[in-house]
Write a protein that binds this ligand. Structure first.
Ligand SMILES: Cc1cc2nc3c(=O)[nH]c(=O)nc-3n(C[C@H](O)[C@H](O)[C@H](O)COP(=O)(O)O)c2cc1C
Length: 300
């Protein structure tokens, strides 16, 4: 969608993230352990792949970019996400062996929504969810690559959650209001995201994150952040502001295009090393220890 806005939510988000600085605390500090527990699974670090869709084959290689980054997720032992796709492609993602969360679109065809959740569960998905921030478009409800989207009421979302044994993830939460509703409906995780800037002047996920984290305290709902995540420092700031994990997005595309799964593995490894270095330097030995006491905010 083309906006008349003269600014860009991605630029605003980057600026906000770069205005957050990190103190060091070396005395008594040790090398940090990045191991992360999520929905009962044990992962190497709190970095996740994005819920991407529509990636073709790069440089004439055999597999699609979606399969390639899923292989990287498996090899790095990080949680994998995928987005809009038909069941046959989802099966190929599952066949990579990656622990995968399937994010289903808010299709106007509700039968398709339910079929994709059911297929995902039967195929062995790790969790399912929906990107609620892809409902609206320039002409009312959005049309995504030829498919109509529609509104999602609390009752609809509750019924999806009740229809599956898998944990349910609500992606595209950017307010305390939606975060609290997600928890009340039974979601087990939310992704705080503006879907790479779909709304002009969208609040940076990390700006709203502390309020969301406070509102969900004690509610057994995991918090993931995405949008603009491209370094260990970005992941650290997300953790410090209340997230359990962060998802990389378009920042991994150059590595994916150039070297496929191996490129993404190197990229994730670099982010994890940066995160370990920053956590260790800031005095946090474990992911769950990280808090905002080491952050300093520059004046706008
Ligand atoms: C090519 C592409 C396809 C995407 N497809 C989906 C999708 O099908 N479902 C979804 O929830 N998000 C989708 N996203 C959004 C990402 O999951 C993520 O929220 C976003 O890219 C994060 O911002 P960043 O790229 O700045 O890190 C897509 C993003 C891109 C670039």
């Amino acid at each position: 969608m083309e906006y008349t806005s003269i600014s860009d939510a991605n630029v605003i988000t980057r600026k906000y993230m770069d205005s957050i600085l990190i103190e060091s605390r070396y005395i008594d500090s040790v090398t940090a352990d990045l191991t992360t527990e999520f929905f009962g699974g044990k992962f190497s670090c709190p970095v996740m792949t994005p819920a991407f869709s529509h990636l073709g084959q790069y440089a004439g290689r055999e597999l699609t970019g979606l399969e390639e980054y899923s292989i990287a997720a498996k090899n790095c032992n990080i949680l994998n996400f995928c987005g809009m796709m038909e069941n046959d492609l989802f099966q190929k993602i599952i066949d990579t062996g990656a622990k995968t969360v399937r994010i289903v679109k808010p299709y106007a065809d509700n039968g398709k929504v339910r079929d994709q959740f059911a297929y995902a569960e039967a195929a062995g998905a790790f969790a399912v969810g929906m990107d609620i921030d892809h409902i609206f478009g320039a002409n009312g409800y959005d049309n995504v690559v030829g498919e109509d989207m529609t509104f999602q009421t609390s009752d609809m979302i509750r019924s999806y959650i009740e229809s599956t044994k898998l944990p349910f993830v609500i992606k595209g939460v950017l307010s305390v209001a939606d975060a609290v509703k997600s928890a009340e409906l039974g979601a087990k995780a939310i992704i705080v995201s503006h879907h790479h800037g779909r709304v002009p002047y969208a609040v940076p996920p990390m700006m709203v994150l502390p309020d969301i984290s406070r509102a969900l305290m004690g509610k057994d709902v995991k918090i993931i952040v995405d949008c603009g995540i491209g370094s260990g420092a970005d992941v650290f700031k997300a953790l410090a502001l209340g997230a359990d994990a962060a998802a990389i997005g378009r920042s991994m595309l150059p590595s994916l295009e150039k070297e496929g799964a191996a490129g993404v593995e190197k990229y994730v490894g670099k982010i994890a090393s940066e995160l370990r270095y920053i956590m260790s330097s800031a005095g946090f030995a474990a992911v769950s220890d990280v808090d905002s006491s080491v952050l300093r905010f520059m004046a706008p």
